[in-house]
Design a protein around this ligand. Structure first.
Ligand code: SF4
Length: 349
């Protein structure tokens, strides 16, 4: 079986042409799949019967099946099974005026962040393009929600699976695909310098938002927290980010998981401000108070500590937001970012 959400329109047009159908039929099929959410080829009534039969015998629109979903007041987590029996997590975060889907790009993760439950079993495999796109299609179908924002912030390091992630982004933002705004798609990386360079050189990938996990402004400590992140020093990473081709009014987000007694001191806040240096307009900082994971020895700092950290950055002119995690009892794992919502901001006025 071939998986339809793994195809670009051009690829699918060629496929149909090779089977003796006119290429515009591919546009019709994609319209059913992406605009109307129809997975059943038999229900695609404007297609000739022969094409419907061919589609049903050779293709499927579905690469994931739902195992369970867990609801919290502001979010819902979905656990899917892949065709080879692996599990994938996706989280729908409900904001006041929009929804954001947090998708996974790998099963497990090789980066090995000490505070992350996804890291415990290491990397199992990359997700295929269709498995990434299908997370969106399935959640939209199950919830009937309008989902206009997608963040690659679930399980895995998206830039370590850049080929499949790139194609998924193309399907997410193309008019023939899910037609999301480029400004509403975010790739969140642990800081793979070579991957960020590839993004910078790629006309499609440099159009979407970039978020980078910093977690400590000190090289050694960062290496301890993210032990398998051996590619590029913090200095090289910041240099790459400072030269990343940004569109006007866009910023790179620096993600910072706050761990009590570890990386939440004033020295850390000041050193983080120094790393940003004079490039304040280029960055914004998201502080993410740690979401405790059973069996991992980390805790969330007090509100006072979190706000002091934020204040130090604001006082130095750096836009800094706190993303308080809701649904703490429902979501645990590398859900540091996935389960987060609710932006709180204090002004430096
Ligand atoms: S926090 Fe993200 S990058 Fe780090 S181990 Fe977990 S999934 Fe990988």
């Amino acid at each position: 079986m071939k998986y339809l959400p793994g195809y670009t329109l051009e690829e699918f047009r060629k496929d149909l042409e090779n089977s003796g159908f006119e290429p515009y039929r591919a546009d019709q099929v994609f319209n059913w799949l992406y605009k109307r959410g129809e997975e059943d080829f038999g229900a695609m009534t404007n297609l000739p019967k022969g094409l419907r039969q061919l589609l049903a015998s050779r293709y499927t629109a579905s690469s994931l099946s739902l195992i369970e979903s867990i609801k919290a007041p502001d979010s819902e987590k979905f656990l899917f099974r892949t065709r080879d029996g692996q599990t994938v997590e996706t989280v729908l975060i409900k904001e006041r005026d929009h929804n954001t889907l947090c998708v996974s790009s790998q099963i497990g993760c090789a980066v090995g962040c000490r505070f992350c439950a996804t890291a415990i079993d290491g990397l199992v495999r990359n997700l295929k393009t269709e498995e990434i796109v299908d997370q969106y299609l399935k959640v939209r179908k199950i919830t009937s929600e309008d989902i206009r924002n997608v963040v690659f912030m679930g399980m895995g390091e998206p830039l370590a699976n850049i080929k499949n992630v790139r194609k998924a982004v193309e399907i997410l933002i193309s008019r023939w695909g899910l037609d999301l705004s480029k400004r509403r798609v975010t790739i969140s990386t642990s800081g793979l310098v070579s991957g960020i360079r590839k993004m910078a050189e790629d006309p499609l990938l440099r159009e979407v938002n970039l978020a980078v996990s910093i977690n400590s402004p000190f090289e050694e400590e960062r290496s301890r927290l993210m032990p398998l992140m051996r590619e590029g020093s913090l200095e090289e990473l910041m240099e790459e980010l400072k030269s990343f081709p940004l569109k006007p009014y866009r910023k790179i987000t620096l993600e910072y998981v706050l761990l009590s007694g570890l990386n939440d001191t004033q020295d850390h806040a000041k050193a983080l401000a120094s790393l940003i240096g004079t490039s304040k307009k280029r960055f914004k900082v998201n502080l993410i108070p740690y979401n405790p994971v059973p069996d991992l020895p980390f805790a969330r700092p007090s509100i006072k500590k979190i706000l002091e950290f934020q204040r130090t950055l604001w006082d130095r002119g750096i836009s800094t937001f706190v993303r308080f995690s809701k649904g703490i009892q429902t979501f645990g794992a590398c859900g540091q970012l996935r389960a987060s919502r609710s932006y709180a901001k204090i002004s430096n006025q």
